[in-house]
Design a protein around this ligand. Structure first.
Ligand code: MG
Length: 456
């Protein structure tokens, strides 16, 4: 059973995320980086997003790493997946300074292993132990290694994206694209990639700015109204938006409709399975049944993990999987980056539109359709374990099939509901899916009622 966040825990599901210069100040970042550096050693790459606090935290991290005896390579400002790509190919580890889609006051630190995959739970605990004991390795003055700057990795990353799609087919389609970089790290990749793909591009928020003046960095429908308007007014084929660190990509179809992330996941899954004559797909237990339906149709097999992009990435690595993703639109191409990658996701969708010669709305319509409902409810951290146990017992007695990979997922005849405790907040999340909207609504309420029943 997972232990829920206590005062002695720093890491969430992937690294540390806090308000910059409160907990996350230079002393904190430096000590934490030295703790990580003590355990990894070797050559470590460091990079970050466009946040105003990123340079301050990055320099503290570089100091910490150097003091623990690591050689450090500063990759500058770039997307999270670009750092992961670089580490996998050239370095022994990496640290990424980003708070992904969170508001500008936040920042975060993500640690990756030599494959560019977020470090595992045991490693999190080892780093935390050194941090709390204030006991990282400090090398003598004559063992301090060098700091290098590397600014060519973005070009290489962009070229690697080009190698993985049919550039000529996309060029021939002459797609009209509006891209909203959200003033994040995608400013340094997305417009250049679409230009190389021969698209007619209009950019929005393509100036890097850590105060995110144009929009909130989270690519949800409410934050993408300018993009939606632009797509409609310009008669574009597609709108593309990235989050702050450009690992997630979200699409707007030619009619101005927001395309939910699980639809994009299913669309790309179908193409990947068709192109490779089947293969292993990895996702989380909270992802749509559509992923399984498509796998069945196109010779795929699906494995599901607990929720967390790094768990999906690690499973893809262990099992040599073909493709993976999450319901929020984070797609993972394991032959490229062991993590969510926005650049290749966007290019793949353009390739599908070009090859199938269909509009995005038509392509989405061909996918299996399910309705999802989400709710959350408060529950004290110390009650979570017991509530979950009692729910599992109750529904098993009622004869329902369950999956306890992450919380409890209950399968009913016409859908499923998953009840998951948050690892960072005193809440349970409840998520239901069915082919009927009404059933999905009823099921999510049933899930909440189960939590209420045992949270007493
Ligand atoms: Mg992100």
């Amino acid at each position: 059973m997972v232990k829920y966040m206590s005062e002695r825990r720093l890491f969430g599901t992937f690294g540390v995320r806090r308000v910059a210069n409160e907990v996350l100040n230079p002393e904190f970042a430096s000590l934490l980086a030295a703790s990580y550096g003590s355990l990894i050693g070797g050559r470590i790459a460091v990079g970050g997003d466009t946040r105003t606090s990123t340079p301050m935290i990055k320099h503290a991290i570089i100091s910490g790493l150097l003091s623990s005896g690591c050689e450090v390579v500063d990759l500058g400002i770039l997307p999270t997946p670009t750092v992961q790509y670089a580490v996998r190919n050239y370095y022994d580890g990496g640290i990424i300074i980003t708070a992904s889609h969170n508001p500008p006051k936040y920042n975060g630190i993500k640690f990756v292993d030599k494959f560019g995959i977020g470090i595992d739970r045991d490693m999190d605990l080892s780093v935390e132990e050194l941090y709390f004991n204030e006991n990282p390795k400090r090398v003598s003055w004559d063992k301090i290694k060098l700091l290098y700057q590397e600014d060519k990795i973005i070009d290489e990353y962009i070229n690697e994206v080009m190698k993985r799609v049919d550039v000529n087919a996309i060029k021939e389609a002459k797609l009209k694209v509006v891209v909203d970089c959200g003033s994040g790290a995608g400013c340094f990749t997305a417009p250049y990639i679409f230009e190389k793909l021969g698209c007619e591009i209009t950019t929005l928020n393509a100036q890097p700015d850590g105060s995110f003046p144009g929009r909130n960095p989270e690519p949800i429908e409410a934050n993408l109204q300018d993009l939606i308007t632009m797509v409609k007014e310009l008669g574009a084929d597609v709108g593309i938006a990235h989050d702050g660190d450009a690992d997630r990509t979200i699409f707007i179809d030619e009619k101005g409709n927001f395309v939910p992330g699980d639809k994009t996941f299913a669309l790309v899954e179908k193409q990947m399975l068709k192109d490779n004559n089947g293969g292993l797909i990895v996702t989380t237990v909270a992802t749509s049944t559509a992923i399984y339906d498509i796998a069945k149709e196109y010779k795929g097999e699906v494995i599901s993990t607990a929720v967390g992009d790094l768990l999906v990435a690690r499973k893809l690595h262990e099992e040599d999987g073909l493709f993976g993703g999450e319901e929020n639109g984070g797609l993972i191409f394991p032959d490229f980056v062991y993590g969510r990658d926005a650049a290749l996701s966007a290019s793949k969708v353009l390739e599908i539109m070009a090859k199938e010669k269909k509009s995005l709305s038509k392509l989405i319509k061909t996918l299996p359709n399910y309705f999802n409902e989400k709710m959350k409810i408060e529950c004290p951290d110390d009650m979570k374990e017991e509530v979950l146990k009692k729910i599992s017992e109750e529904v098993s007695t009622l004869g329902f099939k369950i999956d306890t990979t992450d919380g409890v997922k209950i399968f009913k005849e016409d859908g499923w509901v998953i009840i998951r405790p948050s690892g960072t907040e005193p809440i349970f999340r409840c998520f239901a899916e069915s082919k009927s909207k009404k059933v999905a609504e009823e099921m999510v309420e049933w899930g909440i009622s189960l939590i209420e029943k045992f949270n007493k």
